[in-house]
Ligand binder design. Structure first.
Ligand code: OXT
Ligand code: ADP
Ligand code: MG
Length: 565
């Protein structure tokens, strides 16, 4: 494009595309419509990838987990007001989970929105996004596109990672300026290295660890995000400290490592005297460091985190180590050289680990006919992943989530992608799309039937792009249980239809399997993953097999008042 004086021009669309590429972005996940359809079209014409979803929430979840897997922001693109709001759930999820993500959204015109004159999809998106993300930015002028996107990327990525909203008013896309001037404004932001911890803080942490009689280390998903697997392994092996992985921390050190105390989690936490939190928060998933889980013994905490503010959030932290764990952990490993976790404590932990594993093994391999339970069905997945560790394992549900976490060993970092900090249902199919496209490795999604329903329509997205995704729907016909009696003359609120999800997959262009027993499930899983095509296995689970709220029953609120007569 050029103006009357034959000066070559660019516009908001083209400059935004160039600038996203300058920032290392090559993929967007989204749903098109006014005013961003042409942005997505031009992006595709430019040879960049656009994954077009059926609903924005799932595109947003895809962007959030792409950010986690890649260590650079995943990008979601939405239309204004309703599309934007659908995307905000995922933006908030990314922020809560410390995943770097950008939500780019078209928006209505400022002058009309500010006077509330009723524009098409009018909404003050910039303000609405603010409490749900690290920062909300609006780019009003084409000249600000380079600095605006760089600022958004920097915010999402540095410090504690999180979600950033970028508001793109419709008129921005049509603004023009001379191409040469625009190019002069473009730049690739300089990368910033991870921060080390001050030597005094390292020495203090080493002192606490070296005095520990019963140490335990908790490995959070921050380690996996930071790509600190080698550093974490070195620390654990150097010190011989038993470790407990959090859900998405699984695989940072392979679950079959001899120092994994996962099978004796309760004792390890209740009995320890020093707990070393490695990029893991002392939030609800760790019972805030309080109560029965933590026993009566007085604990000292060493905590590694990139965010100083995380320290003392729930319990006093004796030795905070602030910085990038990939840098700070080796500092501490060097400072504790020679220390070994006491043998007596290790024996106590690992004798019980071995006994618990044997107990679980018996359950995993028992099948007496009839419908499957969570153990004998998930054993099939366990064995498959043991032989094929480069599988991405997406997981959501309640019993379907908790049993998979317990049963299925994860052997590589960033392979387990689950409901995370919020325990949110609906991440499933968005995560599958991102995991398949970002890693090119196969995906197995273990989905509760309720959980699957939140994003089930996205299996059409998966078949449209012919992604190597195998979904196992754990079909127990309900939320937690599928056999709760009708109440008040209505179908129980926990019950769902026991429907043929496999036929749904067939209708939407993939291959469906029905599995009634572990043998059928094994055959289906092997064929499905080997096909590298979209497949769904409808795994029939005994409706009575689950328990209310899975492993987090204690968080459920129940009424103590007698039922009305
Ligand atoms: O040591 P102890 O004795 O304690 O034993 C532990 C380990 O030592 C042992 N273990 C082992 N033994 C032997 N061998 C091995 N290898 C081994 N490994 C471990 O096993 C136990 C357990 O170990 P674990 O898991 O490490 O420890 P624990 O104590 O469980 O850990 C605590 C936690 C808190 C860290 C852990 O439990 C955890 O991470 N929990 C996450 C829970 C979570 O997030 N749940 C999801 C939310 S539930 C609910 O909210 C649901 N909703 C509502 C809803 C949501 N969430 N979102 C939205 C948008 N709308 C609504 C809904 C709708 S769930 C849900 C749907 C449910 O229905 P589905 O059909 O989808 O699913 P089904 O239930 O299958 O029907
Ligand atoms: P989990 O649920 O697995 O315990 P959380 O999401 O609660 O994990 O905690 C992860 C922590 O990791 C967050 O507090 C986050 O600030 C921190 N973190 C993220 N990246 C890094 C990093 N590079 N170095 C240190 N800490 C990090
Ligand atoms: Mg269910």
């Amino acid at each position: 494009m050029s103006n009357e004086e034959n000066v070559e021009l660019t516009d908001g669309f083209h400059l935004l595309i160039d600038v996203l590429k300058d920032n290392g972005i090559d993929t967007m996940y989204g749903v098109v419509g006014i005013p961003i359809t042409n942005l997505a079209r031009l992006w595709q014409e430019d040879g960049q990838k656009f994954y077009s979803f059926r609903a924005e929430q799932h595109a947003g979840y895809a962007a959030s987990i792409a950010g986690y897997i890649q260590g650079k922001p995943g990008v979601a693109l939405t239309v204004s007001a309703p599309g934007f709001l659908n995307g905000v759930t995922a933006l908030a999820h990314a922020t809560t989970n410390c995943f770097p993500m950008l939500l780019l959204s078209g928006s209505s015109e400022r002058d009309i929105v500010d006077l509330q004159q009723g524009d098409y999809e009018e909404m003050d998106q910039f303000q609405i996004a603010k409490p749900h993300c690290k920062a909300s930015y609006r780019i009003n002028s084409i000249r600000d596109i380079p600095i605006g996107i760089a600022r958004a990327m920097r915010t999402a990525l540095t410090g504690r990672p999180g979600g950033v909203y970028v508001d793109l008013p419709a008129r921005l896309f049509g603004q023009t300026m001379p191409l040469a001037e625009a190019n002069a404004l473009r730049f690739t932001p300089a990368p910033i290295g991870g921060a080390a911890a001050p030597e005094a803080d390292v020495a203090r942490a080493a002192e606490v660890i070296k005095a520990a009689k019963k140490p335990v280390a908790v490995i959070g998903k921050g380690c996996a995000y930071a790509r600190a697997e080698a550093e974490v392994k070195a620390f654990i092996e150097e010190t011989g400290i038993p470790f407990l992985p959090m859900g998405m921390g699984k695989g940072t050190i392979p679950d079959n490592h001899p120092l994994s105390a996962a099978a004796n989690r309760a004792r390890a936490l209740a009995g320890c005297d020093v707990c070393i939190l490695i990029a893991a928060r002392l939030n609800w998933l760790m019972q805030h460091g309080k109560g029965k889980t933590w026993g009566n013994e007085l604990k000292k905490y060493v905590q590694f985190d990139v965010l100083a503010q995380e320290m003392d959030s729930n319990q006093p932290i004796a030795a905070p180590v602030v910085g990038d764990v990939k840098v700070t952990l080796p500092q501490v490993t060097a400072a504790v050289k020679g220390y070994k976790a006491p043998a007596e404590w290790c024996k106590e932990i690992f004798d019980k680990v071995a006994a618990n594993k044997e107990k679980l093994k018996a359950k995993l391999t028992t099948y007496n006919g009839g419908e499957m339970n969570y153990q004998n069905s998930l054993n099939v997945v366990k064995e498959y992943i043991a032989a094929n560790p480069n599988v991405n394992l997406v997981n959501e549900g309640a019993n379907a989530l908790d049993n998979t976490r317990m049963v299925v060993d994860v052997l590589q970092p960033r392979r387990r992608l689950d409901t995370g900090t919020w325990g949110v249902m609906g991440i499933g199919m968005g995560y599958c799309v991102a995991a398949a496209t970002v890693t090119s490795d196969p995906v197995i999604a273990v989905e509760g039937d309720s959980a699957f329903g939140f994003s089930g329509m996205e299996i059409e997205t998966i078949t449209r792009y012919q992604l190597p995704v195998t979904i196992i729907v754990m079909n127990n016909g309900g939320i937690y249980k599928g056999n709760e009696a009708d109440t008040g003359g209505q179908i129980s609120c926990t019950r769902l239809g026991r429907v043929r999800y496999d036929l749904m997959m067939e209708a939407l262009g993939g291959k469906g399997y029905l599995a009634n027993n572990p043998t059928e499930l094994k055959a289906a899983l092997e064929e499905a993953v080997a096909s590298k095509k979209p497949c769904l296995i409808n795994a029939m689970i005994d409706p009575d097999a689950g328990v209310e709220s899975g492993r987090i029953k204690s968080l459920n609120v129940v009424s103590n008042i007698g039922k009305k007569k």
